[in-house]
Design a protein around this ligand. Sequence first.
Ligand code: SAM
Length: 341
Amino acid sequence: MARGLEGFHDDVEVSAAYVAQRGVPVYASALRAAVSLFASDERLRARVLDAWGAREFHASYERPMLLLAALRFEALGDRGHPLSREIAEERGDGIVDREALAAAMTDAVLETMRSRAVQTNEVSRSIAWRLALGELPRGELALVDLPRDELALVDLGCSAALNLVGDEVDQAWTSPDGAPIPLVPTTHVTARFGLDRRPIDARDEREARWLRACIWPGQTDRSARLDEALSLAARALDAGEISLHAVDAEEMPSWLERLDRRALAMQTVFVEYLPPDVRARYEAGMRRWLAARPDCAWVELETGPGAHGPAVIRLHRATGATVLASCEYHPRVVHLERARG
Ligand SMILES: C[S@@+](CC[C@H](N)C(=O)[O-])C[C@H]1O[C@@H](n2cnc3c(N)ncnc32)[C@H](O)[C@@H]1O
């Protein structure tokens, strides 16, 4: 855990190498410029410490990614922004040097660094619940008096709940040999809930801009998927097909306990955002919920170790856990862990 600028230099080195390897050198340059600028400009360092001094950061990429997203957020909202060409246009090339960065470190950027957290919303992660659905027998005996097939889908740490409309987005997944991954229909998923400490309403333009800002420049596929999912989620919210609930991680298991129907709970890239003690209580609560509800299931897409990628899709049931697949964090190719019928 780090506060303020403790260990910032080391975190930047990890993230700068990561973004450069993935074809966004402009972000690597901006991060390295930040280390140098924050070290030499005392006034700016004091403003950054004011924004970050009381915050706790757990994952090494949190501060670097938050700084970059805060800069891109402003640039996306202003065509005349000094970094517009470098970080708002979808090129991902160019350089941000110390002078350019200094000019962009406005009060608005610092306020974003103080108050927001990176909230990626990657709708390709909906493969987790699509795979899980294929594992759950249809027509299982429900504990409550509802048509046997009906299932509620609950997205835990949902951000803008875009995974809940993942089955409507124009996307497909393949196995490493290029064969399409077979998926079951979703018509029996009759209720969809998104839970997050701070759920984002896809209809809110400013929040939608924040989600766009959390995608790196040049990731045009991801931006296109995000925009499609945002409009589908906006429509589903209007129609009452999905609902959002502000719930803290530790309260999520009891929220599920109160749900009077059979549910598939899903989380994608969520637990690393929780402090270790909160994570432990959350996971213990989820296991208790499942033990009491053997007709329900919980699927996660979280950091591995995976046999074929950094992320693992794991299905938990009252009887135990099974790894279904491994993949990248933005999965297009999915390595199924065992033959599926
Ligand atoms: C990286 S985002 C993942 C969003 C989405 N599941 C995805 O895969 O794209 C992590 C989410 O966890 C939420 N979050 C972080 N800490 C939380 C907490 N203590 N309680 C509830 N939600 C939390 C954040 O608001 C954020 O929306």
